[in-house]
Design a binder for this molecule. Sequence first.
Ligand code: ADP
Ligand code: ZN
Ligand code: ZN
Length: 709
Amino acid sequence: MGDAVAVQFGKSSVYTGIVWRLHDTPPAKGEAKPILQVLYDKPLLSELQMRFWEWIADYYICSVGEVMRVALPSIIKAKARCEAEFEPYVPKRETTVKLVAAAFSDEVRAKMERRAPKRYEALCEIERAGGVLPRYAVELDATALKALVKAGLVEMGERDYKLDSEWSKMLLPKLSSAQAKALDDIRSGLSDKRVALLHGVTSSGKTEIYTHLIEERLARGEDVLFLVPEISLTTQLVERMRSLFGESVTVYHSKLTPQQRTKLYTDMLSSESGNFVVGARSALFLPYKKLGLVVVDEEHDSSYKQTEPNPRYNGRDAAVVLASLYDAKCVMGSATPSLESYTNYLSGKYAYALLTERYGGVEMPDIVISDTVRNVKRNERKLHFNKELLDGIADRLERNEQVILFQNRRGYSPYMECPSCGWSARCPHCNVTLSVHQQKGRMVCHYCGYNEPIVRYCPNCKTTELKAMGFGTERVEEAVSQLFPEARVLRLDGDTATSGTAYNRIIGAFARHEADILVGTQIVSKGLDFADVTLIGILNGDNLLASPDFRAEERAWQLLMQVAGRAGRRDKRGEVIIQTAEPEHSVYSLIGDYERVTTKLLAERKQFRYPPFVRMVKIMMRSSNKSLLVDSSLRFGEQLRNRFGRRVLGPVSPLIDRVRGEYRVELMLKVEVESSFSRARAILREEIAKLRSDKECRNVVIICDVDVM
Ligand code: ADP
Ligand code: ZN
Ligand code: ZN
């Protein structure tokens, strides 16, 4: 069991399957197909992994096949046309690009920097990496690379794709007494509990504490998994871990090439235990042999949840299940623990350790709330900037310190509007406005990717005075460059950090103080540590609270805390300036006061029956046939109400009720934590099957999102 096999269905389709169970019951319909080939010399999945897949499929209401889709690298499970294509692909060598240092002279550099900045940057990147980088990490297309080879600046080569090397015992940093106490609390807490929650303010040294726990496990020959919420965060962390644990640290996430993922998976399959993996949630599916510890860093982060497609699992919660399957321990860390995890500590389920101070006595920053309405009245607001923020930036520039500006929206502006008739540019496939991206010269749908050139006149009344409404990071970058022409500005968002290398380039340049101001989206709030940043500006705090979602306030507050944690350094207190039209909102006055925020939010959640007091399943129904969708969703709502009564809400139209030409409605199921959730899921499955047995309704897509974020 657990073997990968090839089976033919139909004339020309061969599929990979996993042997799940051996039995001799003939299929109800049709004939059993023969196995064409066993694909690897050993099973791809262990018994424990199979239990883990089953748990995910059961809990998140999807099929085991859908779990397989995220769990195995695509090469292993590829659907092929013929048997021959099933040669398991295991790359042994990788192509490299080597910088010819002698040719990259000062003269050449100066010329290239002006004339070919992209190529110049790529070469600098190779230089910084020590002179050689694998081909996939060099951000140049084939033509550019060829030209550089021809010019004698780089040489192409090959090297062994060696990922494993000896883990060397190293010297871990000595912990401060507060840190040592927290480590002790975790150790003793884990003696009788599965999970420990490490609640430590930003820069308190949570990562240092993890390293001590990791070292113990590796020394015992156990596997360790270190989860981070986002791929972009792996790079910095991996560097830090490699400097401690040597080259043996493995990075695993969904953005690696299929070849790389396959190589890592199969390597681990044939290796002994003692693997140290840093990765995003998909790393939960690697073939661990003796998993001893799972670290879940930034456990509150909603990026741990897969939103699309199935399985819509939460990596943090799945980590706890994985740990219990392996009888391993789990340590979760955050500066702003989620209400769910904090409640688990309060109820005695999780152990807990607290770090209230930043390492080295760095002070928490000063928080300044800047009233946008008052600024407008006094005529002191310029291009999205209030006076307080303008003065703050000018002051930092003068002192050669750095500034981060945060705006949670990419692009130039979220929509283009006609001031005379009110027309706005909308996506033809989704019920949303098109965002303006000035640099690309296009208007883009952030839901389906549809884009078109920026409109120059109103198609409705032919006015040419269209206005770009609101502002995103691109517009902030433009404004700040106008207001402070001498400042060097970088931007970090989904449009500039298109790959890990691009992300590293921007972060690296800012860390080396090659720019004064960094404008960015959420990405800048995560895991970054810049010594010279003493001011953080939040351009529009109201934006954070604008979403109708019940988690909006918790999220806004977490984000403000995380962003605030990036400001300040040992010798100088940092400052955070938040621009808002609603300065009285409690989210601002409570920044930094975890207990009070948590008490307030938990009381609200309890009153209005939200998690962690209930489990919520969002049921999404989709169809391109609107009346069919309305009919079947009303019917499904009735069906569910018959079983669950008032625990069912909807159907309602979501805020964005059409995406990619498909209409959407939603139902919500709230199950009290005291009642059996597995029973509720079983009923839900039954009712879905019942609806699907209707010929017409079968064409409506039904998707469940358990523990919706
Ligand atoms: P967190 O993970 O809580 O945000 P980090 O572990 O990244 O905090 O620590 C913040 C900074 O303080 C890092 O630069 C780290 O190297 C330094 N630091 C923390 N603890 C120690 C220690 N015990 N010895 C030396 N440096 C430390
Ligand atoms: Zn118009
Ligand atoms: Zn669209």
